[in-house]
Design a protein around this ligand. Sequence first.
Ligand SMILES: *Cc1c(COP(=O)(O)O)cnc(C)c1O
Length: 381
Amino acid sequence: MSDNIQLFVPTYRVEETLAEIKECLEVGWTGLGFKTDAFEAEWKKFTGLPNAHFVNSATAALHLAVELLKEDGGWSDGDEVITTPITFVSTNHAILYAGLTPVFADVDQSLNLSPASVERMIGPRTKAVMFVGMGGNPANLDDVASVCRDRGIKLILDAAHMAGSRIGAVHVGNQADASIFSFQAVKNLPTGDSGMVCFADKGLDAEARKRSWLGINKNTYQRTSQIGTYRWEYDVDSVGYKYNGNSIMAAIGLVALKHLDHDNAFRRQVCSWYDEMFSSLEGLVRPVEHKGGTSRHLYQIMAKDRDSLMVAMNAASVYPGVHYKDNRAYRMYSGCKSDAGCHFARSCSDGLVSLPLHLRLTHSDVVRVVESIASFYRRMP
Ligand SMILES: *Cc1c(COP(=O)(O)O)cnc(C)c1O
């Protein structure tokens, strides 16, 4: 192995995971049902959320969440969803998939939506707020939830980074009308590609199950386990999608879930190493504000001269990332309404750096990452 220090390296319990997958192969069931049912049950137990529907990505889950809330609420095309410019484009694409209009509010030092900015952007056509817990950080989430409750608008939580994030003892998601988790390979609970959509409402959960299976009102697992005749019969309620999760991904997820709290604790340990080392570099590097006790999907800093810094880190075989570029820099979102230009988002977006953070990092790796940053600034005039 090289001495490269990568941003993310997914880690799997190989033997344990293979045993879980082997069961699918031996039983002869790799599709929807079986392990997907087991994973949904375990996820509900872990999070305390009342409903959980396993799908093939968080992007699909976001689409289902926005589309079904729109139908249920009788929203019209062009109605508005207040969202953040600092996110992966999936978040905002989901609003466009559903024919709604993204309106950008600003973020604060936590990189999460600022409750005051959200309030300023609420207008007659506002139907929902899309909240992203950046890097697992729940900062502002409860405040934005209470703004939504007071103003009678829906809250959708893009919790792609938040598997295992809690406020006190309570897992995040309970504040929202729908919360969406990603189990993509570099997220905290890595499978290959998959995700979970968790609706507060049981009826919407039932609808999501049909919508993610092409609109068919009975899945093949239910039909296979059905007793009696006419097992082939079903109806089609809507033009649904092929968004269902499968038992191989769920098998990987079931094992990862058992280790999630332990793994997140290790991530927090790595973050505390960074915190400690950066405290002696005060003035050079400002870590992004983050509440403790969370999934710590990311460790982000705001850096001066970001692009040159990243090139210098690469030269030291350290490979950081950027989460994220202000979405309004992309053509699809350049014309959207925003709160006074979302000044803070714009100004911080050019300085954001995500430092390597994964389960294989050692203390000496972290020393090397920090030294690659410190030596860059020592060389600066
Ligand atoms: C990764 C990610 C997504 C999309 O997740 P997939 O499972 O890859 O579709 C959505 N939102 C955010 C904030 C993400 O980081």
